[in-house]
Design a binder for this molecule. Structure first.
Ligand code: NOJ
Ligand code: CA
Length: 730
């Protein structure tokens, strides 16, 4: 090993100390294409660090690794009230230094795998790997850090072999650092432990503390935060034009990672979601953490094409995946969100107790949306227009008091309201080729959900449901855990793997943000975990939101964003004065730009009925793809993507802009050479504008080939969508 002094000025800046640490280089790992390189070093105090370079340019300066651990339970100071105190033999301690390197392993890997559903039919997983084995000389405790370097970024995780010296431990904090080289631009949402339902703030890293309070105020959630912390996927752009995205992959049995940002040194430090007592993770060796990831590309389009997060997840855990399939669906939903319908059946009950509330004698409130007649109306419309499924919310008893004090007893997930004939409606739907999608709003009464789960899934089996939308609105009782802590992370995966035993697909709302687990558990076909379309009915969302999500939230897996709103003025059918900040053409484009194998047409049948020519795009667009091309993108400004449908070979194109009018000249060279296509082009009309004229669009057709260029102007808050169908018979 060679001794060297590295980057003295920067090291001083990071440490805030006068002494320059002397670092010993342990190993250098290169990406398969040689462009990225990472170095592992240990300083004289046994402090391990890693750094990452793109060519000769640092992306991550030498950055610390490790933890602060609570002493093992036997050894901690624990008080039970004021009666019992145990004395501490092994106190709380840092696990960031005092290490000796005992060995390293390197290897290479290259495979191509086929996702069950996805943005492409094949994904290449190619990386070089380095494992560094560390020993705490004073205690004999061991830890390895495994690095995987891809052409588009780095993943690393901490691994603990089974050992007597550290058989279990409790994490006080993870101390992983990502030391940035400058005051990069960043797109971020605050480090809330319970929700991601925010609009993004874009700022320099140094501005985050000043803007933090403002970023929080946009959300009604009053839950605790990592102060000056941000959530991941955390996207940055350097002044030199590199895009850097810090996230995590394969989050299981561990707390979700946020990061705090030092506005002066630009060092990001991991900040795990605490449990109800403030501890961050309960670990029993052998075990490992999720992967910490740093994606690096020289263009925004390449960042959208990165599959690093999926690649770091384990292969599919199921032998039989024949029951898992993409879904295009409608829902008895938007009318409740917008306010013209209700989930609840009656207003008779101020509170609800399961088994004690007599729904049969209650007076219906007249607005209950999940009633037999209305559900049949949606089934008819969905069937006529070629959909696969219909979500029905508010079908089960308990909604009168679902977020109230008695919520521990509210939902049993098996008892329909008197006006929802579960047997007849499922039979009616199936006779028309439609599946009903189950809805389980848990109201975050998670123990209540777990104790009803088997019965609830069995009910779905009985009536032929194969997908459930679950939800976690509200505080998690009775434990007071956070939505993103280890306990809930385990619950979400438990719900998915139990569902798999019943061949049920899961779309969980308010769950922890995705980290690529859908590769291993592909029945996790959707998650919300971000600010979705519903907020257009809760005061609105700025148009730029949909130009940022593909880089951030979608980095970990698909989102049930619920696009397709055509009636932007909600006051035309409810008392809601909220406006949908989008044009119709923008809403169409989202089916291409916001990838998901689960796509909803969220608006009401009667609203689509007024614009059936535009609705044709939603009917035609695919939900599973063999190829995707990221044509033009800049976070916060615009995203243009083309995708080839799996099976049919048809191409679809979508583009969205922020509040700026933009014109795109798009080369159609992604189309198959030698073929002629009929392009049906859905564009904003020249006078369209999301504020004043959101429903103005034009539809035209053209014969095109791969040598053509398409010019499309997106209005403020607008977009465009194109379907390309091959012309065969001439
Ligand atoms: C919030 C979800 O995001 C929304 O889709 C759902 O309708 C409500 N919770 C009720 O479960
Ligand atoms: Ca939500």
């Amino acid at each position: 090993m060679k001794k060297m002094m590295l980057f003295p000025a920067l090291a001083m800046m990071i440490c805030g100390c006068q002494e320059q640490p002397e670092r010993e280089s342990v190993a250098i790992l290169k990406s398969p294409d040689g462009r990225l390189s990472m170095e592992f070093t240990v300083d004289t105090g046994g402090k391990p660090e890693y750094s990452l370079k793109y060519g000769d340019e640092y992306v991550v300066l030498p950055s610390g690794l490790g933890f602060v651990l609570r002493g093992s339970l036997k050894a901690s100071v624990i008080s039970y009230g004021d009666t019992v105190t145990k004395t501490d033999a092994r106190p709380e301690r840092t696990f960031c230094d005092g290490f000796k390197v005992t060995g390293t392993d390197t290897s290479s890997f290259d495979e191509t795998w086929k996702p069950v559903w996805g943005e492409e039919s094949e994904i290449r997983n190619r990386y070089n790997e380095l494992s560094v084995h560390l020993l705490k000389e004073d205690t004999g405790e061991k830890m390895s850090v495994r690095f995987r370097l891809y052409d588009d970024g780095l993943g690393f995780r901490y691994e603990f072999p089974g050992m007597q010296e550290l058989d279990y431990f409790v994490i006080k904090e993870e101390m992983t650092q990502f030391a940035m080289t400058g005051d990069h631009l960043a797109w971020w949402i605050p480090g809330d432990y319970d929700t991601q339902e925010y609009e993004y703030t874009d700022s320099r890293l140094s501005e985050i503390p000043a803007l933090f309070e403002k970023s929080v105020s946009g959300n009604s959630s009053q839950t605790p935060f990592a102060m000056n912390g941000v959530q991941t996927s955390f996207l940055m752009k350097t002044d030199g034009g590199l895009y850097i995205n810090v996230h995590e992959a394969a989050l299981t049995d561990y707390s979700c990672m946020h990061m705090t940002v030092d506005p002066e040194t630009f060092v990001l430090t991991s900040h795990l979601t605490p449990d109800a007592q403030g501890w961050k993770g309960y670990m029993q060796t052998p075990c490992h953490t999720p992967w910490r990831t740093v994606q690096v590309t020289d263009s925004a389009e390449k960042m959208l094409a990165s599959r690093l997060i999926l690649n770091l997840n384990e292969p599919c855990a199921y032998d039989d995946v024949s029951w898992i399939h993409p879904v295009k669906y409608m829902g008895v939903w938007w009318e409740m969100i917008a306010g013209s319908g209700s989930w609840a059946y009656t207003w008779d009950f101020p509170s609800v107790k399961l088994g004690q509330t007599d729904y049969a004698s209650a007076r219906p409130n007249g607005t209950h949306s999940a009633n037999n007649t209305n559900v049949r109306r949606y089934i008819d419309f969905a069937a006529e227009n070629g959909f696969d499924a219909l979500l029905v919310e508010g079908w089960n008893i308990g909604w009168e008091d679902w977020s109230g004090k008695s919520k521990d007893y509210v939902f049993d997930f098996v008892t329909p309201y008197p006006d929802f004939d579960i047997d007849a409606l499922n039979r009616y739907a199936h006779s028309k080729g439609i599946k009903l999608i189950m809805h389980h709003e848990t109201s975050s009464s998670v123990r209540n959900y777990e104790r009803h789960m088997q019965e609830a899934y069995c009910l779905m089996d009985r009536y032929g449901y194969d997908a459930v939308k679950s939800g976690y609105v509200g505080d998690i009782i009775p434990r007071g855990e956070h939505h993103y802590g280890q306990w809930m992370v385990n619950h979400y995966l438990y719900a998915v793997t139990e569902a798999a035993k019943h061949h049920i697909m899961v779309n969980a709302h308010e769950a922890v943000r995705p980290t690529g687990l859908c590769r291993t558990y592909p029945n996790l076909i959707g998650n919300e975990s971000a600010r979705g379309t519903e907020y257009q009915a809760f005061g609105g969302t700025a148009p730029e939101h949909v130009t940022i999500l593909p880089f951030t939230r979608l980095n970990g897996g698909p989102m049930d964003f619920t696009p397709g709103i055509f009636e932007m003025d909600l006051s035309t059918f409810t008392g809601n004065s909220s406006k949908v900040n989008a044009t119709i053409a923008n809403q169409l484009a989202l089916y291409v730009t916001m990838y998901s194998p689960l796509q909803m047409a969220a608006d009401l049948p009667q609203h689509y009925g007024k614009f059936m020519d535009a609705f044709q795009f939603i009917k035609d667009v695919a939900v599973d793809w063999s190829e995707s091309r990221y044509l033009d993108a800049e976070p916060g400004d615009y995203v243009v993507i083309a995708r080839k449908a799996k099976g049919t070979g048809q191409w679809f194109l979508g583009g969205v802009t922020d509040e700026q009018r933009r014109t795109f000249d798009i080369s159609l060279d992604f189309l198959d050479r030698g073929k002629t296509y009929l392009a049906t082009i859905y564009k904003d009309a020249p006078d369209a504008d999301y504020r004043t004229n959101p429903q103005a669009y034009t539809i035209s057709t053209e014969e095109v080939t791969a040598s053509d260029t398409l010019s499309a102007t997106a209005a403020p808050g607008g977009g465009f969508a194109v379907s390309f169908k091959e012309i065969r018979d001439r």
